[in-house]
Design a protein around this ligand. Structure first.
Ligand code: ADP
Ligand code: MG
Length: 229
């Protein structure tokens, strides 16, 4: 069985008018080392799909299996631990805490897993080195450029060595050159982190660098993804 198996997910939102059918049957299967770009117009359900893959929201029907585990079968406490240990998130906004140093920000997702150990701090420093910010580890986020802030967010997303990294328009707030650097850095990080990487993006240039691309349209994937290389 693939590490990530997504079986015929649908998602409907009930509203006071008609229910909105956002996802109408989405399936995919990915293993560590594989990456996928998801494209599609605004409102096509990309963020909804990532929320479901990230166990932040349940699907209306269908199921997600990560490492053979169906998160819908976990209780609230188990689910929080499952998410912390196995899933990393990067968003368009960096969501770094302004009052914390970069090192503290990178360590934050490790805090719910128990007392922060020396090896976790070493990993945070290794990740800060990988994203080129080790010399800025005591700085506050406001002292960094937008690209640097997003690089710190990448380091933070990897602190718990996730099986699955979900990035929702991670370069959407950056200028072209910086966006390209951050996109390439994500792919570079995957070379040494044995994870599945899924990136939602509007950037054709970034999507072209990934192994597979799928386009969401009217709640379904347009065509089967073909490997680019
Ligand atoms: P995308 O990320 O592709 O722009 P989204 O997944 O954010 O799209 O949204 C897809 C559709 O689902 C939109 O029409 C949006 O209004 C609707 N939607 C998203 N979240 C909710 C919600 N909590 N309640 C009702 N509708 C929602
Ligand atoms: Mg979105």
């Amino acid at each position: 069985m693939p590490k990530l198996q997504v079986e015929n997910i649908t998602k409907h939102y009930l509203t006071r008018a008609e229910p909105i059918e956002v996802l109408r049957g989405v399936s995919l299967a990915l293993d560590p080392g594989q990456n996928l770009a998801i494209l599609g117009p605004s409102g096509s359900g990309k963020s909804t799909l990532l929320s479901i893959l990230g166990t932040l929201e349940p699907p209306t029907s269908g199921r997600v299996l990560l490492d053979g585990i169906d998160p819908s079968e976990l209780d609230e406490r188990q689910l929080a631990a499952f998410r912390s240990q196995r899933i990393g998130f990067v968003f368009q906004d960096h969501y770094l805490l302004p009052q914390c140093s970069l090192l503290e920000n990178v360590l934050l997702p490790a805090v719910p897993l128990g007392p922060v150990r020396a090896e976790t701090i070493e990993r945070a420093e290794m990740l800060l080195t990988r994203v080129g910010l080790m010399d800025r580890r005591e700085h506050r986020p406001a002292e960094l450029s937008g690209g640097e802030q997003q690089r710190a967010a990448l380091a933070r997303s990897l602190i718990n060595a996730p099986d699955l990294l979900l990035a929702d328009e991670p370069t959407g707030n950056l200028d072209h050159a910086t966006a390209h650097q951050v996109g390439q850095l994500l792919l570079e990080l995957q070379k040494t982190e044995p994870m599945i990487l899924i990136i939602v993006t509007h950037s054709e240039r970034l999507a072209d660098c990934l192994q597979t691309r799928l386009e969401l349209d009217a709640g379904r994937f347009q065509q089967a993804g073909a490997a680019n290389g």
